[in-house]
Design a protein around this ligand. Sequence first.
Ligand SMILES: NC(=O)NCCC(=O)O
Ligand SMILES: [Zn+2]
Ligand SMILES: [Zn+2]
Length: 484
Amino acid sequence: MSKVIRNGTIVTADLTYKADVLIENGVITEIGQGLKGGEELDATGCYVMPGGIDPHTHLEMPFMGTYSSDDFESGTRAGLAGGTTMVVDFALPNPGESLLDALKRWDNKSTRANCDYSFHMAVTWWGEQVFDDIKTVIQERGINTFKHFMAYKGALMVNDDELYASFQRLAELGGIAMVHAENGDVVAELSAKLLAQGNTGPEAHAYSRPPQVEGEATNRAIMIADMAGVPLYVVHTSCEDSHEAIRRARMQGKRVWGEPLIQHLTLDESEYFNKDWDHAARRVMSPPFRNKQHQDSLWAGLQSGSLSVVATDHCAFTTEQKRTGVGDFTKIPNGTGGLEDRMPMLWTHGVETGRLTPNEFVAVTSTNIAKILNCYPKKGAVLVGADADLVVWDPEKRKTISADTQQSSIDYNVFEGHEVKGLPRFTLTRGHVAVHDGEIRCQEGHGKFVAREANTTVNKALSTWKELTAPRPVERTGIPATGV
Ligand SMILES: NC(=O)NCCC(=O)O
Ligand SMILES: [Zn+2]
Ligand SMILES: [Zn+2]
């Protein structure tokens, strides 16, 4: 049955106007005045926006001896409740495992998704197999983004030679490199020293990962990407040190994007000094929360365009899982939740405060990442022919965030007690109304994989420039004879 969203104001990354939206077979088929459809959704007083895309989640992720607790069912349900209609998760090969085998595991997990999803591929080791698999992953599996961990020494971390080899391969095949930018060697040394000095609590997690280690790794990744000629996406940019590197690179014309998280934008390091061990440990993630100056830098980056996307890095562990690290902060599983809260928190602290316009909100929660990932305008747009992944956003609707009412399966929420203003009235995933005025009507398994082709316009521009400016031998006349 067709649906029509009536009486709303459409807000996209660049336009704001009043119109109705007709949806047939999960796709937007008409935008205009006075439209009629089988089912009518009243958007009076609301903004009709592209559904959010969260490009950074870890659902049912094997990590630090356990699995993150939200899976593709509860995670995507949480996303939809907060206006997010697509997630991009990271497929992680074990050391020595082929990328394609890892992808099979992620294919199996994702069958329960309530909304559309895609994958980034992680490069966690390097060898001939990975070199070969990258081609298959890009050309046959529709995945064009590859994440590299510069941290988690002895587990997921790759070294500079591996980064360079992988980045070169991606440049050749039209992929995009992603990095978790922290100097893993220094973090390992600092962690051991802190433990030896008796710093065993969750606050030591923050001491072991100061902004400098993130800034250094970001600069290094930018340099390696530039040498390899590949576009670079820096995940969870948390501080000025890293932002400064990204800002400078962009001003130099390099193709680099930065992704702050809603947690880093709205929560700060004081959380780690809470006397309650559980409170502090629940907020342990990498990079850790920073001080207010770093937060201001991230907001300024979103305002000025030097940072492009707001994500969550949703990787939710229960209190019981966090308690594995009692007595040794290095054993606290790293990760926090946020899928349900990203859009309302960003609206409340961004749009309601005047830091962001509604159009900028759409850009950083949906449209920019759809363009970077190469799934625009199927996703991230309110256009005829686009998927009807939409959120009807009520700017007057309020709630207090609480674990008691959340969709996530964990037993707490890092935003507990925060008041938000601006929430979905309806969330539609390919035309299906998954959230109806506060009621959750998800359909398990409704989500489909979104394939993304390589060689985006940015890849093409960069390779053209690199070819034009490549080192060439100077043609000379009168070369002196050798061996005289
Ligand atoms: N961020 C975090 O602490 N956990 C998830 C894995 C990662 O992205 O580093
Ligand atoms: Zn990371
Ligand atoms: Zn992550």
